[in-house]
Design a protein around this ligand. Sequence first.
Ligand code: CU
Length: 347
Amino acid sequence: MMKTWQAVKRLLPMMTIFGLILAGCGREDLSVLRPQGPAAESSFGLIKLSITIMIVVLLIVFALAAYVMIRFRRKPNQNEIPEQIEGNHRLEILWTVIPLILIVILAIPTVKQVFAAGNDHANDKNAVKVKVTGHQYWWEFQYPDYGVTTAQDLVIPTGKDIAFELETKDVLHSFWVPSLSGKLDTNPAGTINRFSFSAPKEGVYRGKCAELCGPSHGFMEFKVKAVSEEEFKQWIDSMKAPAVLPEDPALAETFKNQCLTCHAVGDQGIANAPNLTGIGSREAIAGILINDDTREDGAPVEENLKTWLHDPQNVKPGNLMPNPKDLGLSDAEIDGIAEYLANYKLD
Ligand SMILES: [Cu+2]
């Protein structure tokens, strides 16, 4: 009785920790266990296959172990060592061949699907090409066929294969949308990695950087917005529309001189920092401040922009955005720019 209690006392904290860790896996849109596209479904199939094999092996081995422990346990007054059967050929062949068969069963679909996942659709005329560039701590998405560049919200048409070309501007990152596909690294030194996936259903899928890249790595989030083909075309058109600048001429001047020296809107500015075209329509500010007018999961976009602009380092430590105050902007100017950007929406 005492021993049981001690075992429980030792195991309890460990179980609690495991429970808490597993509880962290609960975010529906960030789970490989709820696949939303063919690439993720094929990985999920492999997960199910390997777990099934493991469970069957576990049950058989545990059942045999339990049987042996009960059936051959030492009887009262039994003092002699039982007959030793070391080197049983039949048994040894059996427990070598069975695992081999299991590994082959696992290997065939795994190899097949790994090669299928490497199919990059780079030369597929029907695929939508997207160049992904990882930056500390944001994602840039370029559509070379359309001449459009955006950041943080990757807009794609449903059902189409998206041919990705991955690169990084600084350190190693990893591009990962758990519910749509496996992950792929963005490599420095001009190495380009390619793969593709598609999203059959409209929706917003969360993506993450999956390679520790600095203090704000955990905040390096992005969204994949799968929309209908018409909506996608409309999005491209509105991204290509002439830039909208702040109405107030003085504020427009400040925005041009202080912000567009790194950022771009429409055809204005340069592309050293996230492109801001239509930022008011995005799912989040800085990837992590979720835009939600109902305030259920986040805050209204203008409030998020103010949070970001008044202290970018507080939101994402280590990012390259200078504090607008250090650039000489007044609180009123910062609020004005936040308001302007919040209303810069795409129709
Ligand atoms: Cu990262």
